[in-house]
Design a binder for this molecule. Structure first.
Ligand SMILES: [Mg+2]
Length: 281
C-alpha cells in the first residue's frame, strides 16, 4: 500500500513538472501591441472607421470652401483669412498610410520602437493607403484645395515617402512643397504648431486630419486630464473641421498613460497601467 502511494505521488509530481515544462516551451511572451496590431490588420471595423472619417469630410468640403471665414486651425484664430486660398492638412502615418507591417515586424522580433528600423521601413516605401484617404484628398485637389501633409517622419525619408504616396494616388502639388517633415527647417520640431503656422500664413486651413491630438492642437506632453479637456472644449470641431483616425497601437495617448515618464522600468510601467484600469468597484 505504502509503495503504491509513493508511486502515485511520484507520478503526480512528474505530471505537474511535465505540464510546466510544456507550457514554458510553447508560451512566448506576448508583445504589448499584439492585439492592437491584429485589430488594425484584420478588423473590418478598422477600415470602416477610416472610411467613415473620410466620407464625413467629403460632406463638409464644399461648405468649408464656400464659407470664407471657415478655418480649422487654432493658429488662425483672429486672423483675417477671407482672401486666402484654401488648404487641408493631413498627418501621414496612421492617418493616410498604414504602417502596421512595421509594427508586425517588431512583434515578431520582440523589440520596441527603433528609429533606425523605422527609417528603413519608410525608405522601403511600401505602406498601403488607409481606406478613404486617397478619394478624399483627390476630391479636395479637384476642388482647388491645396493638400498639405505634415508628418513627423524624418526629413531623410522625404523622397521615399513622396514616391510611396504618389504610387498610391495621393495628390502632390507640383508648384508647392506640400510634404513638411520633422526637422526639415530649424524650428520644425515634432510639435506641428510651427508648420501649421507656416501654412496658415498663405492658406485658409479648412480641415485637419490626424490620429493624434497633436495633429490638431498644441498638446505635446499634456496630462491625460488636459487632453480630455481639450477634446471636450473642441467638441464642435470633431467630424466637421477635425477628423480623427483610429490608432490603438501608439501615440501620445499611450505616453500620457505614464505621464510622459520615459525612465520607467517595464515593471513600474505595468503597475501604473494596471492602476489606470477603471473597475467601478
Ligand atoms: Mg500619425
Amino acid at each position: 500500500m505504502q509503495t503504491l502511494i509513493i508511486r502515485f505521488r511520484v507520478l503526480t509530481l512528474f505530471t505537474v513538472l511535465a505540464t510546466f515544462l510544456v507550457s514554458c516551451s510553447t508560451t512566448k511572451p506576448s508583445h504589448p501591441t499584439l492585439q492592437a496590431t491584429l485589430w488594425v490588420q484584420n478588423a473590418a471595423e478598422f477600415d470602416a472607421l477610416n472610411q467613415q472619417a473620410y466620407n464625413t469630410a467629403q460632406i463638409y468640403l464644399q461648405d468649408a470652401i464656400d464659407d470664407k471665414n471657415w478655418t480649422a486651425s487654432v493658429e488662425q484664430d483672429g486672423q483675417d483669412v477671407t482672401a486666402l486660398p484654401t488648404a487641408i492638412i493631413l498627418d501621414i502615418d496612421e492617418t493616410i498610410l498604414d504602417n502596421s507591417p512595421f509594427q508586425a515586424r517588431m512583434i515578431e522580433r520582440q523589440t520596441g520602437f527603433d528609429p533606425v528600423e523605422w527609417n528603413k521601413w519608410a525608405q522601403e516605401g511600401q505602406a498601403d493607403a488607409l481606406a478613404g484617404a486617397v478619394t478624399l484628398t483627390q476630391k479636395a485637389a479637384e476642388l482647388g484645395v491645396t493638400v498639405f501633409y505634415v508628418t513627423n517622419r524624418d526629413a531623410v525619408t522625404k523622397e521615399a515617402t513622396r514616391k510611396n504616396m504618389a504610387a498610391l494616388g495621393f495628390p502632390l502639388a507640383e508648384n508647392v512643397d506640400v510634404i513638411l517633415l520633422n526637422g526639415e527647417r530649424e524650428n520644425w520640431t515634432s510639435s506641428k504648431v510651427e508648420r501649421r503656422k507656416f501654412i496658415a500664413a498663405d492658406y485658409r486651413i479648412i480641415m485637419l486630419f490626424g490620429d493624434d491630438l497633436n495633429d490638431f492642437l498644441p498638446a505635446k506632453d499634456m496630462t491625460q486630464e488636459k487632453r480630455d479637456a481639450l477634446v471636450a472644449q473642441n467638441a464642435a470641431n470633431w467630424g466637421k473641421k477635425w477628423f480623427i483616425l483610429p490608432n490603438p497601437i501608439y501615440g501620445s495617448w499611450d505616453q500620457a498613460l505614464t505621464n510622459f515618464d520615459r525612465n520607467l522600468t517595464d515593471k513600474e510601467k505595468e503597475q501604473i497601467l494596471k492602476n489606470r484600469l477603471k473597475t467601478k468597484q
